[in-house]
Write a protein that binds this ligand. Sequence first.
Ligand code: SF4
Length: 262
Amino acid sequence: MELEKALLRKVGEAIARFQMIREGDRVAVGVSGGKDSVTLLQALLLLARKSPVKFTVCAFTVEQGKFLSPIQPVGEWLRSRGIDWTYFQDNPSLRLLEDEPEHGCDMCSRFRRRAVYEIARGLGANVIAFGHTADDFCEAFLRNALFTGRLSALPAVTHSRKKEFRLIRPLVYVNEEMTRRFAESLGVPVIPCGCSQKTGTVRRSLRDFFTDLEKDYPHLKETILSAMGNIQPNRLLDPRFHSEEDEEDPQSGTMFPIVTES
Ligand code: SF4
């Protein structure tokens, strides 16, 4: 119960801060077979019951041929709890897998995104919720800074083209330790995706990097999330965000931060 309360507090905080959900919304949740999306779905269903803002929730899964075993046990588990679940076999994705088995994430995501919009349209949803967690936000932030030369992570709220759908990530403040424990407490079957087993990827390296550092600094990701919500643009190198009014921070004492050797 404590875990559920903590989860709902964090999801509720994200929804309120970024105005993710509004009166009358129909929210479609993509269930991927993993712990994160099921946690998200359950959190939204619980909040929909309690919230003074009235909204409905439905769930779907896109079959792209990547699950290591059939996803149906998850669907049966959801339906046995009265949850509205749609299974959608995406034939273009399955053909892609046959034609280009080594295709990258960019192409796979593009195919998935198109399928997701098609399903959401069919379900009458105007909001699509994704199960990206605090861990995903931190990894995206570091990946972009280290490999793409950009300071950015993932949008907590954004829109599809022409604003047909609001796209939301309500697990932004929820870490994967919490989704793992919560999914376990639900007893929902977890069906891994073949890609989650890949080694030698940037994602895997970043995960290992965090795991290593978190042994000594367990709150590292919370600090990174705070940093993402507390930007000091005049201390970065993008002149578009500098202004004539900028003043030197008296605490810094110098134009350049002094790095002391320990
Ligand atoms: S990790 Fe696998 S399933 Fe995910 S986007 Fe990449 S190719 Fe697709």
